[in-house]
Design a protein around this ligand. Sequence first.
Ligand code: CA
Length: 232
Amino acid sequence: MNKFQILVVEDDAPVRNLITTTLRANNYRFITAGSGESAVSETASHNPDIILLDLGLPDIDGVEVIRRIRSWSNVPIIVISARSEDSDKIDALDAGADDYLTKPFSVDELLARLRVTQRRIALMQSIGNEQAIYQNGALKIDYSAGCAWMGEEELRMTPMEYKLLCLLARNTGRVLTHKFILQNVWGSSWENDVGTLRVFMATLRKKLETAPGSPQYIQTHIGVGYRMQKVE
Ligand code: CA
């Protein structure tokens, strides 16, 4: 029995039924909400493990729902958006969503996103955000010493590359937008400089990845941002 409880927020009944049928078949527990207001109140009263949140809701906007929930909770939020709502998806990630699914999505995609999020929860519970040592596959970061290794080999990085690596590592499993990364690594005046970020990401990947063309650690989300993946 899968002990995770999912809050499904979706006003479109057929989509909601597809999701809940899938969850039931895969032994997830779930509760549902059909509006933004009820999403916020259900989160407060049931404390779900993961929220699946449609962005187009009849009352308050999905991005506003995220802001309200984030004011008191770190529960992982996976947003569900239509393809036409690409900028909303980025706003949702910047507001604190962890991941996204684009409609129409398959049952397999939904389950894959849930597994990624469950791994993130497990990783965060085992490592703890404030602990000094981060371990993911062969990658190890000693936050207090300010250095990182790949296997036995210490990685030689510039201060910016190290800062970028730490930001990705501390958010393992989350999709971080270009804007979020630029603001947190370089400061807000650089927030539109996606070209710079791409260059730093390429050099960082050369140091981390055995095959930078098919990266194992840092995943690219075209037009959106990057994600550090949990490596087994
Ligand atoms: Ca909707």
